[in-house]
Design a protein around this ligand. Sequence first.
Ligand SMILES: C[S@@+](CC[C@H](N)C(=O)[O-])C[C@H]1O[C@@H](n2cnc3c(N)ncnc32)[C@H](O)[C@@H]1O
Length: 247
Amino acid sequence: MPNRQDSMFADTAAMYDAKANEYAEAARRELRELTLQPALIKHLGNLSGKRVLDIGCATGNSSRLALSCGAQEVVGIDFSEKEIVTAREIDKGRSIKYFVRNAADDLSDLGKFDFVTAILSVHYCTERAMLEKMFRNVQKVRKPNGKFLAVVVPFSSYDGYGVKISSPTGQEGEPSNVSLSDFQGKKFLDFDDIYWSEKTYQEVLKKIGFSVEWLPCIVSGEGIQKYGEGFWQKFLDDPIYKIFLAK
Ligand SMILES: C[S@@+](CC[C@H](N)C(=O)[O-])C[C@H]1O[C@@H](n2cnc3c(N)ncnc32)[C@H](O)[C@@H]1O
């Protein structure tokens, strides 16, 4: 009989299989382009000559970003087959290889990486032990000075900038629903994931031997010009995107 972790993973993969096209659209939405995108470009830095593993790549948005930062080769993995099929179509001819894989399974056959990214993809683990398993896999595949950069969503109720999170229990480790729309209220997508606090991520990473630094989210010049500084204050005080760099 499948255990709770396996069935939750199967549910998540099925959810992304069913919503691959909607997700591709949501990933291009304004909040992300004006905030997360410039923050990632800044924090990834110059990836020239680097080998990058992108965990939970979906249709390849984050993998293409690593490539545009100069990476020599990007390997994108996702357990949604449909997302991987679409990513392969989009990136035909580019130096990105896509594989259907679960990041909680051993990844050592993929080789060693200078940088591992997990952009909005680790908060589907239903158990703390599962987070630990994924992070241990990252430890195994990173080169001696390799870095791990992830974006996670905080354990809080958030309502603004086109993101609405509702949690039936409000408990850490329990499912919550996320609803994404644009700033005008046009809805893109609804999905469920699991919320873990920054403290939990940090404790698990430290237990495995990572040192952890939390990095700021930013708003692009275009975002400030378009909406004004005041508009972004609440977002910058408590950004929905929490970014950690583990080494
Ligand atoms: C919110 S999307 C993020 C996609 C992409 N990184 C981006 O920046 O747009 C999360 C993706 O993580 C994938 N995912 C979640 N848990 C995973 C796991 N254990 N192994 C592989 N993929 C996983 C899901 O299938 C989904 O495509």
